[in-house]
Design a protein around this ligand. Structure first.
Ligand SMILES: Nc1ncnc2c1ncn2[C@@H]1O[C@H](COP(=O)(O)OP(=O)(O)O)[C@@H](O)[C@H]1O
Ligand SMILES: [Mg+2]
Length: 369
């Protein structure tokens, strides 16, 4: 049987470029270990060029692009489906691809942009579509959808940086009366805790807003939610299922960039030590969040759980969660009886299933028929 050609996309124009390289290294190894897959690694530079051939992972990690890489792209023309070679002897050739696996965290990859290109190109891909990706990336949009669907989220205020410039005292008053201190200030669209501050007193708000405004024009301020940080992995398309929940115990005051990637003193507990009632609630809410957000394939839903008050809030969903061999998403599946390589094979199968489902939809309407 012919092997499935899987194009793995990684790197990209995102503050989470490095994290993506780590996730991709694990995914490429996991797919290569399986007979049925042939992996085509495609490294996207910080400038947005797509490198293929040679070892693009090594090229991006070292910052040196050796001569054995060529630039490729995906054209929004289904007749030219695959990796289209842009330069060199093979310029104009198309390398066939069966499934694309975007391992891109953050902007230009997890936010629906690459997904839109792949839809136009009519290529099957792993993970959420355009809407699920975009809405999952925008924390304000996500909260609106979840609130509407009856999923508990914490109180928040949001505004655009121009609103702050015009009338910061009105916003400061709103934050004080509706949320109080401490509160969290975040850019609406980002990940890996980039641009996020915990603000203890009113005097610190302006500085935190200025930091968040460097990364997004939309800014979110959230009430501080006490409790444990619990996460749950979801897998599937129309009938998604949830893994056992896990717990993060950050080594810093909150789970900031340093605690996530630099300092390795944060602890991970899988499964999380929760009462059976809370465990059930977390798993049900994880699936509900995934469905409401119109996700597909995979998603990691993150919670705050106050076990003294028996309260659970959804913090966020990540549509392309960290995916190194020690990341929460695959680890929680492993603890649920699904090993890393089988998880990857499942994700590829789900991508093909979703593609077939969408291909069934009609794009021509004849009112006479
Ligand atoms: N409202 C909140 N209350 C308490 N802690 C928070 C709150 N919001 C964020 N945090 C802390 O900040 C971390 C990063 O915030 P999060 O919204 O998950 O952003 P990111 O998308 O960058 O991961 C969380 O893991 C948590 O430690
Ligand atoms: Mg988070």
């Amino acid at each position: 049987m012919a092997r499935l050609q899987i194009a793995v996309l990684f790197g990209g124009r995102s503050g989470e470029h490095e994290v993506s390289l780590r996730s991709a290294a694990a995914i490429i190894t996991g797919l290569r270990a399986q007979e049925q897959f042939e992996v085509l690694p495609v490294g996207i530079t910080r400038d947005g060029s797509w490198l293929y051939g040679g070892d693009p992972l090594q090229a991006l990690a070292s910052g040196k692009v050796p001569g054995d890489n060529v630039c490729v792209t995906v054209l929004p023309d289904p007749a030219k489906r695959g990796l289209y070679v842009l330069e060199g002897k093979e310029a104009g050739c198309i390398i066939p691809v069966d499934v694309v696996f975007p391992v891109l965290h953050g902007t230009f990859g997890e936010d629906g942009t690459v997904q839109g290109l792949l839809e136009l190109a009519r290529l099957p891909y792993v993970g959420a579509g355009v809407l699920g990706s975009a809405a999952g990336m925008d924390k304000v949009m996500m909260k609106a959808v979840l609130e509407q669907g009856g999923v508990p989220v914490g109180p928040y205020v949001w505004f655009k940086s121009i609103d702050w410039e015009r009338d910061s005292s009105r916003i400061m008053m709103e934050v004080k009366t509706r949320l109080g201190y401490p509160c969290f200030v975040k850019p609406a669209n980002l990940g890996s805790s980039v641009g996020i501050s915990k603000v203890h007193i009113e005097d610190g708000l302006a500085r935190a807003v200025a930091l968040a405004a460097r990364f997004d024009r939309k800014i979110l301020v959230e009430k501080y939610l006490p409790g444990r940080e619990i996460e749950c992995s979801v897998l599937g398309n129309d009938e998604p299922r949830a893994s056992v929940p896990g717990e993060i115990i950050p080594c810093n005051e909150f789970y900031d960039y340093r605690a996530k990637y630099i300092d390795d003193r944060s602890e991970i507990l899988i499964p999380a030590d929760l009462s059976s009632q809370l465990r059930k609630q977390v798993r049900e809410l994880a699936v509900k969040t995934f469905v409401l957000m119109d996700c597909a394939g995979l998603g990691r839903v993150d919670f705050f759980v106050d076990d003294k008050e028996n309260k659970v809030w959804v913090n966020e969903i990540n549509t392309i969660p960290g995916f190194t061999s020690i990341s929460m998403y695959p680890k929680m599946w492993e603890a649920s009886g699904l090993p890393f390589e089988d998880l990857l094979a499942n994700l590829v199968a789900l991508a093909l299933e979703r593609f077939v489902d969408r291909e069934r939809l009609e794009t021509v309407y004849d009112p006479e028929a």
